[in-house]
Design a protein around this ligand. Structure first.
Ligand SMILES: Nc1ncnc2c1ncn2[C@@H]1O[C@H](COP(=O)(O)OP(=O)(O)OP(=O)(O)O)[C@@H](O)[C@H]1O
Ligand SMILES: [Mg+2]
Length: 409
């Protein structure tokens, strides 16, 4: 039976196997930390559904997945083969290697990559996704083009390929000809979230020999002076993994709903649970106001820390509502309504009742979020002007936000 060795925090802890297109996962005897909320430590192998929900969710989706499959000559609906090809540097602290092929141990030298080369990688993403052309087994979820590199030190222009022990520290997304100025859109929304006090991954725009990229610092990587690379992995799972949804991102196809995510946090061992619940609700309100219709279950994650869970900083905040080519409908409905143009405060209040929280609490979150956004916008304008970012799109996002805030008044 073909198998992949599963490494967790750098230690071989189990095997992912495939038989007749069905996946199973089994821990080795030395495993001492569970890989997933749904994969507790046990002797028996896990079935296809539980295994698939964790492992398939490590892989990219849609066009990126198809391009990887094409480039690597495997089927895009074969998660086992895809993970064999690219499941090295993944989200969180998991790594997969073909069975018996020893994980490349602690490479002692960094492999620098020039800005010209980064520009080339960003430009070629449609044909050669992630880092497949560099023989680096990088796998990240999502449907947008991206690469991941190490930037050491963080604020320098020293870029390195995440080869061997040198894991990536940042994710970089290129411009997308179909979605104008999307990198500025994402940087704007992420910066706005940060300015209003939501825990948010740190983003910036960088220029790679004339090719602009959106750069976000990985929150699942941290400084660790005791390792050769000076970095370590922190484990994370997304809400599709947590809710056992192997291939469903959107609520209307059976994917995660606000209630499922909220109840998951409420009923699981989260540290600072009340804060996590409030931040999750704030993020829902924030996404509605900025016009982010793509806040699906894979765009919320949590970190594993000391046997407990903690909501991850927010990421992938984009005002999708400014692009006519994207569906306006919300990934997760508010009180059963998917069309954001038809949503008012009463929908949020009904959502609160359904979550068994006081409608006054969501009212307070709406009022605080709306007024804080208005308060910090001039500061964000200043930041964008100082950096020389001029985009017509930002004006459109602000207009959309004003419309959404009015709907909630
Ligand atoms: N700052 C970060 N730190 C750690 N992991 C991250 C970070 N940003 C994103 N990720 C991981 O990478 C995955 C893909 O990132 P992201 O959601 O930004 O991509 P995308 O292609 O724009 O997604 P979508 O298909 O939702 O538009 C996320 O689901 C998450 O697992
Ligand atoms: Mg995403």
């Amino acid at each position: 039976m073909p198998a992949l060795d599963v490494y967790f925090y750098g230690k071989k802890i189990g095997k992912l196997s495939e038989k007749n297109s069905r996946l199973s996962f089994k821990y080795n005897e030395n495993a001492d930390t569970p890989l997933s909320v749904n994969l507790p430590l046990q002797k028996e192998a896990f079935n296809d559904k539980l295994t698939r929900s964790f492992f398939n969710n490590l892989l990219p989706e849609e066009g990126i997945r198809e391009a990887v499959a094409r480039y690597k000559q495997v089927s895009s609906n074969n998660p086992f083969a895809l993970l064999k090809e690219i499941g090295g540097e993944c989200a969180g602290a998991v790594e997969l290697y073909p069975e018996g092929e020893e994980r490349e141990e602690e490479e002692s030298s960094l492999t620098p990559i020039s800005e010209n080369k980064i520009a080339e990688l960003l430009k070629n993403q449609a044909q050669i996704p992630l880092l497949t052309g560099e023989e680096i087994r990088l796998s990240l979820a999502g449907a947008q083009q991206k690469i991941a590199l190490a930037i050491i030190p963080e604020n320098s222009n020293n870029y390195y390929l995440p080869r061997g022990s040198y894991i990536s520290t940042h994710i970089i997304k290129p411009q997308n000809p179909y979605f104008k100025d999307i990198i500025y859109n994402e940087h704007f929304c992420m910066s706005l979230a940060k300015l209003i006090g939501l825990p948010t991954a740190t983003s910036s725009i960088r220029d790679f020999s004339g090719e602009k990229g959106y750069v976000v610092k990985r929150f699942d990587r941290e400084i660790d002076d005791s390792s050769t690379s000076g970095l370590k992995r922190i484990h994370q799972e997304d809400f599709c993994q947590a809710l056992c949804l192997p291939d469903k991102k959107y609520q209307k196809e059976g994917g995660a709903s606000i209630k499922q995510c909220y109840k998951f946090i409420a009923n699981t061992d989260f540290s600072r649970k009340a804060d996590a619940l409030r931040i999750f609700l704030k993020a829902i309100v924030f996404n509605f106001i900025i016009g982010n219709s793509d806040a699906h279950g894979k765009n919320f994650s949590f970190l594993h820390r000391g046997g407990k869970y903690e909501l991850s900083p927010l990421y992938d905040l984009v005002s999708t509502g400014v692009y006519t080519a994207l569906s306006p409908n919300l990934a997760m409905s508010i009180d059963g309504e998917y069309n954001p143009n038809l949503i008012h405060r009463s929908h949020f209040e009904a959502m609160a009742r359904d979550l068994e929280i006081k409608p006054a609490m969501i009212d307070k979150i709406i009022d605080e979020t709306a007024s804080k956004i208005q308060e910090v916008l001039p500061e964000l304008d200043k930041q964008f002007a100082a950096a020389g970012y001029k985009s017509e799109l930002i004006k459109q996002i602000k207009e959309l936000m004003a419309t959404r805030i009015k709907q909630l008044s």
